[in-house]
Design a protein. Structure first.
Ligand SMILES: [Zn+2]
Length: 277
């Protein structure tokens, strides 16, 4: 098996590993986002409940003030019935009118407070409903996370061990290059050579779409790790790609690349500069 084919095996398993982790990360981030929304609702509920409590106290105090004014009015009426002089009667009447005005003011205020209380009660009730709904979303998200985590755990362990086995078969320097490229470019760390026109020696890098030289293709055909001179990705041929896809556990060494180059004009030896950068 060529170095390129070995690198491609590691790259493919690595892609699956990254894919699995991405799904778990997405589920975890959704759960965290839902929990944050729930906590926001809870703080708004707490604030609205505190305001509601204050409004209730205020209404209760207005009610007791109204009752106390009513009691004073009743007493003054009683006293008015027993007055002997006009002067006394006028004084009581004036006090009575002033109390009625006070009562009106308290009642107007009380009405406003009652409306505010009603609106606050509605806010608290709405928030309670939203909290219950969000709570079940959070629980579902957490369960989903746990399920995904459990599902992925076995597959992750399996893939990691598969990757370790495959990586052990790759030259350490090449593996390091691949790992650096994966960290920097993810799925574009390796790219297939795209054949534009075999007879006129036209090939493109599948990642950056720039033209590849005959020297690059020649080097790749020899099986050594070959990088695109433009984007620096590690190149592979479609034959290696097919082998890797159809037989993921034990891909056979590709035979085709040499045939590909033999059709090309025999290029001079691949320049050393194209070796690993
Ligand atoms: Zn490229």
């Amino acid at each position: 098996m060529t170095d390129t084919a070995k690198l491609l095996r590691v790259f493919r398993v690595d892609q699956q590993l990254r894919g699995l982790r991405t799904r778990l990360t997405a589920a975890e981030s959704f759960a965290a986002q839902q929990e944050k929304l729930l906590n926001d609702l809870k703080s708004r509920h707490a604030a609205a409940s505190a305001e509601l409590k204050k409004a209730r106290t205020k209404v209760a105090s207005d009610e007791s003030e109204t009752a106390s004014i009513d009691a004073r009015i009743a007493k003054i009426r009683e006293q008015m019935n027993q007055t002997k002089t006009n002067k006394e009667y006028s004084a009581f009447l004036s006090e009575l009118n002033s109390l009625k005005e006070q009562k009106d003011a308290v009642e107007t205020n009380e009405l406003q407070q009652m409306q505010a209380l009603e609106s606050l009660q509605k806010t608290v009730d709405d928030l309670t409903t939203q909290i219950n709904e969000r709570q079940s979303i959070v629980e579902r998200a957490k369960t989903d996370c746990q399920t995904k985590h459990d599902e992925i755990r076995d597959r992750l362990t399996e893939l990691k061990s598969q990757r370790d086995t495959l990586a052990a078969d790759v030259a350490p320097a090449s593996l390091r290059v691949l790992e650096e490229l994966i960290a920097a470019r993810g799925d574009d760390a390796m790219a297939p050579v795209e054949v534009i026109d075999r007879r006129s020696h036209e090939w493109n890098c599948g990642a950056c779409m720039m033209a590849l030289t005959v020297e690059t293709i020649n080097r790749l055909a020899k099986g050594g790790m070959t990088r695109c001179t433009h984007c620096q990705c590690v190149l592979f041929t479609e034959e290696e790609n097919v082998a890797s896809k159809s037989e993921p556990k034990e891909p056979k060494a590709p035979k085709a690349p040499k045939a590909k180059v033999s059709k090309a004009k025999k290029p001079s030896a691949a320049p050393e500069a194209e070796a690993s950068a």
